[in-house]
Design a binder for this molecule. Structure first.
Ligand SMILES: NC(=O)c1ccc[n+]([C@@H]2O[C@H](COP(=O)([O-])OP(=O)(O)OC[C@H]3O[C@@H](n4cnc5c(N)ncnc54)[C@H](OP(=O)(O)O)[C@@H]3O)[C@@H](O)[C@H]2O)c1
Length: 381
């Protein structure tokens, strides 16, 4: 016999005679998910699958996803070129061992088993505490340790909450942990129009930092420059302009740049090392060009540049308590209108959405010059 905590149920759908029901507090929920059972291109390996979720018991929490972003790392994971791999299991009821993709997402608590902390209640929002949960689905079962509760959802949109734990968190940590930056200091970053880059500009501004933001040239570059400046970027320059050290010195007035955040690699990373100041720190967190880092020996020998890598997944595993506090800071800025989300393209995910409609934004997820992050927005009848 299942046991439940009979608290307020929130907007949970009750069983309908039509058979197209989703969930009841006491019944089973039908979860629709994307799954993959082997690595490869998303359009070749992703399938749509449905499975039944029983009512929660003991420390189990039933949740439903509200929004799940499509991050480059999710796609790399499906391709099999990402170091973290989800667990492939028969527990989803697929014929072969499968995993649900997606690492980041926002859920609503639906119902709780009897041993769940009573402060967790139906209707509350939570995000994933770590990677590999499998967020590209509708319903799921979680434990408290899988979730970071959002104590106050007032003033925060579902997409803002769903995208808080990877990109803004990565920007926050890199700005805070590597170069001892203080008000008035300069940092430089490439792919400044990315989700991470836009967060870094805004968090940097909040902390009194000055930023040089490098983007690739494109038609409409002036509009992009204005856009990033309006977020608080001190200067926005193209990759070509970033090669000109005299131009950079004119911007900074000769002030050394203490931190460079590299999302791209290849020549773009080389340019960053050339404009970093003495004892500067180069932090690599992405490899969008898929090219190796080229760091001139002179930068290491004569300017004592320090090279680091950063990975939010690893940091999160090692810093659980600090993570909650950081998420609280970021959500506070969002609530106060001080941190705007990156442009996004929402794909509605309802009971009728077809596999091809879900795969399309995934295929676009790592396309160049897209300018928008894909996010699945789940809809429930
Ligand atoms: N290490 C970590 O902990 C961590 C955390 C978060 C993200 N990341 C990584 O950071 C990167 C950005 O993630 P995001 O979610 O912020 O991405 P995003 O919002 O989708 O933006 C992607 C960025 O990459 C640029 N880009 C795409 N293809 C490129 C290419 N071939 N050469 C140069 N630039 C290219 C885009 O610039 P254009 O507009 O010019 O195409 C854009 O600025 C990804 O590699 C992701 O895996 C790492």
């Amino acid at each position: 016999m299942w046991s439940f905590v009979t608290r307020h149920t929130g907007p949970v759908k009750h069983i309908l005679a039509t058979g197209r029901h989703y969930s009841t507090r006491f019944g089973y929920a039908n979860s629709r998910c994307l799954v993959f059972s082997g690595f490869g291109q998303p359009e070749k390996v992703l399938k749509l699958h449905s499975y039944s979720i029983p009512p929660p018991y003991d420390d189990i929490i039933n949740v439903r996803f509200i929004a799940s972003p499509i991050n480059p790392a999710d796609i790399n994971q499906i391709e099999g070129v990402y170091p973290e791999r989800p667990e492939f299991t028969l527990g989803l009821g697929t014929g072969e061992k499968s995993a649900v993709p997606g690492n980041e997402g926002l859920v609503e608590i639906i119902s709780c088993g009897s041993k769940v902390n009573p402060s967790i209640r139906p209707g509350q929002w939570a995000i994933m505490s770590g990677p590999n949960f499998g967020t590209w689905r509708t319903y799921a079962q979680a434990k408290e340790s899988n979730l970071i509760m959002i104590p106050d959802k007032e003033g925060i949109s579902p997409i803002q909450a769903a995208t808080v734990s990877v990109n803004p968190s990565t920007a926050y940590r890199m700005l805070k942990d590597f170069a001892g930056l203080g008000p008035g200091d300069y940092f430089v970053q490439n792919a400044a129009n990315s989700g991470v880059g836009r967060s870094a500009i805004q968090i940097g501004r909040l902390w009194g930092l000055k930023s040089i933001n490098v983007v690739r040239d494109r038609p409409g570059i002036d509009k992009l420059k204005e856009d990033l400046k309006s977020l608080g970027g001190t200067e926005v320059i193209t990759e070509t302009e970033a090669k000109d050290r005299r131009y950079i010195a004119k911007i900074t007035g000769g002030q050394p740049i203490k931190l460079a955040m590299n999302c791209v690699g290849g020549e773009s990373a080389t340019n960053l090392t050339r404009i970093l100041g003495h004892n500067g720190h180069l932090v690599t967190y992405g490899a969008m060009s898929r090219l190796p880092l080229l760091v001139p020996a002179s930068a290491l020998i004569f300017r004592n540049i320090h090279c680091h890598g950063f990975w939010i997944s690893q940091w999160s595993k090692e810093n659980e308590a600090s993570k909650s506090q950081m998420i609280g800071d970021i959500l506070g800025w969002i609530r106060d209108g001080k941190l705007k989300d990156a442009p996004y393209e929402a794909t509605k995910w309802s009971e009728d959405t077809k596999l091809e409609e879900l795969i399309e934004p995934v295929k676009r997820g790592i396309s160049e010059y897209s300018g928008r992050k894909g996010v699945f927005i789940m809809e429930y009848n």
